[in-house]
Design a protein around this ligand. Structure first.
Ligand code: 4AD
Ligand code: MG
Length: 433
């Protein structure tokens, strides 16, 4: 039979009935079993999974090749699409030609070995072929795609910012420093200051890029390198800022519900569309809730992890915790004129114990006020010289936020640990593969 008669098709197209009768499929052997004179091979091709069967006596060469193929070998098959109620997806390809393009060695990820999470992450370059990792990556891509659409539809301009920086946006304790031709540079913790600089040029901006934190904490929600979506808006106060965040997160959920039902099922995730607007809970109220749950903390402290978890567990939908004390926030936060110790800021918190997804707030736009704040916190004003100078050249009230891509994916996909939301996670103990 001539290969030219077969039309290249994806598993998804075949299962959806969008292919020709004679198809060619290129993919990898995900599973295989033999029943007498019949070999069933489940082929994974990125679009989905497809059953192929090769029958002895009908296509002997194909049968022998399929029988001998190992797990995770790369293959090209050619055959006829047939309805088969027993096949996953209701269709299978009856194989006429089975070509082993690259035969794999014995697959190291056995069922027993897979029980150890550390082994799976040591072998992450291989284990990402598993159905859960694939489902997670597809969900993550929808989360990011929804952000691109949301910001375009709402007039935000996409910008980029450097990764090598000097200023500490979120404090010195989590900075990664690198040698920059004999001078010290840091890896960016957040692109916020660059967004602020772009406001007079573009008014509404957003950014999508990696952020780096030398987090010493070994938790289920910290990476040392992660992707952040940040947005900043001029002539916008904190209430406008929170609206953008809740609309953005809603759109992410909506997109995943619309397009990734199968992946949610693979992950066993029961995701619901949250209602707008999200609930607003003040820091003081949240603190009282934490205290009732036995996780009390001092006024002025940032929410300890267990307290945040306890508060998050009381909610079924994402919500904001507003009005954080200045002592728990970075220096640039604006405070209320009648409450100088309380900032116009909020964290967006995911329910079910997942915790913080985003932090945002209104920034100080007045030069003198920002100078005074920097002095009051004993920060080196020379490190912030250009950031300060922006306040001399037309800085209106403005606000913005940053939302973590892996944190959002983790909640939406219902993942136990944030590292599963990253293809190649970077944590305190891991920089390979
Ligand atoms: O709360 P963060 O530190 O806020 C900022 O960086 C602001 N400058 C953003 C802004 O206003 N433009 O970080 C923002 C978000 C967090 O809410 C969290 O989702 C994520 O970034 N994030 C992390 N994700 C994974 N691992 C870490 N170590 C993270 N640190 C922050
Ligand atoms: Mg935060």
């Amino acid at each position: 039979m001539k290969a030219g008669r077969f039309k290249l098709a994806s598993a998804a197209d075949i299962l959806a009935g969008r292919s020709e009768f004679l198809v060619e499929v290129k993919g990898w052997v995900a599973r295989k079993h033999t029943v007498g004179g019949l070999v069933f091979v489940i082929i994974r091709d990125g679009s989905g999974y497809l059953q192929a069967s090769a029958k002895k006596g009908v296509a002997d060469a194909a049968f022998d090749a399929a029988k001998g193929v190992t797990m995770e070998s790369a293959v090209t098959i050619r055959g006829e699409v047939r309805e088969d109620r027993r096949a996953p997806g209701g269709k299978e390809v009856s194989v006429k030609e089975f070509e082993v393009v690259s035969q794999a060695e014995t697959w190291p990820i056995t069922r027993t070995a897979a029980k150890a999470a550390s082994f799976l992450f040591d072998k992450r370059h291989l284990s990402i072929r598993g159905p859960k990792a694939i489902a997670t990556m597809k969900i993550r891509a929808e989360v990011i795609g929804a952000a691109f659409d949301y910001f375009r539809e709402n007039g935000f301009h996409l910008i980029s910012a450097p990764t090598f920086v000097q200023a500490a946006v979120e404090g010195g304790s989590t900075l990664f420093s690198v040698d920059y031709f004999g001078k010290k540079a840091n890896l960016s913790q957040s692109a916020q200051f660059y967004e602020e600089a772009a406001l007079p040029a573009l008014q509404k901006v957003w950014i999508f890029q990696p952020a780096f934190r030398a987090e010493k904490s070994k938790t289920a929600k910290h990476l040392t390198e992660f992707w952040m979506i940040e947005a900043e808006q001029a002539f916008a106060d904190q209430s406008v800022n929170m609206r953008v965040q809740e609309e953005l997160l809603s759109k992410m959920v909506e997109r995943v519900l619309e397009r990734r039902q199968g992946e949610l099922k693979t992950l066993g995730r029961n995701l619901k569309q949250p209602e707008l607007p999200f609930q607003r809970v003040t820091y003081d109220e949240a603190r009282a809730t934490a205290e009732k749950s036995g996780f009390g903390f001092e006024w002025g402290e940032d929410l300890p992890t267990e307290a945040e978890r306890a508060i998050s567990l009381t909610q079924e939908s994402p919500f904001f915790i507003t009005d954080y004390p200045l002592s728990a926030r970075a220096f640039y936060h604006m405070t209320y004129s009648d409450r100088p110790k309380v900032t116009k800021s909020a964290d967006l918190i995911a329910p079910e114990g997942f915790g913080e997804l985003a932090t945002g707030g209104q920034r100080i736009h007045d030069y003198k006020e920002l100078m005074d704040r920097i002095a009051a916190q004993d920060l080196p004003s020379e490190s912030f010289s250009w950031y300060l100078e922006l306040r001399k050249f037309g800085m209106p009230p403005h606000s913005g936020f940053g939302i973590g891509v892996e944190r959002s994916t983790r909640w939406i996909a219902g993942l136990k640990h944030i590292r599963s939301a990253s293809l190649f996670p970077r944590t305190l103990s891991r920089i390979s593969p």
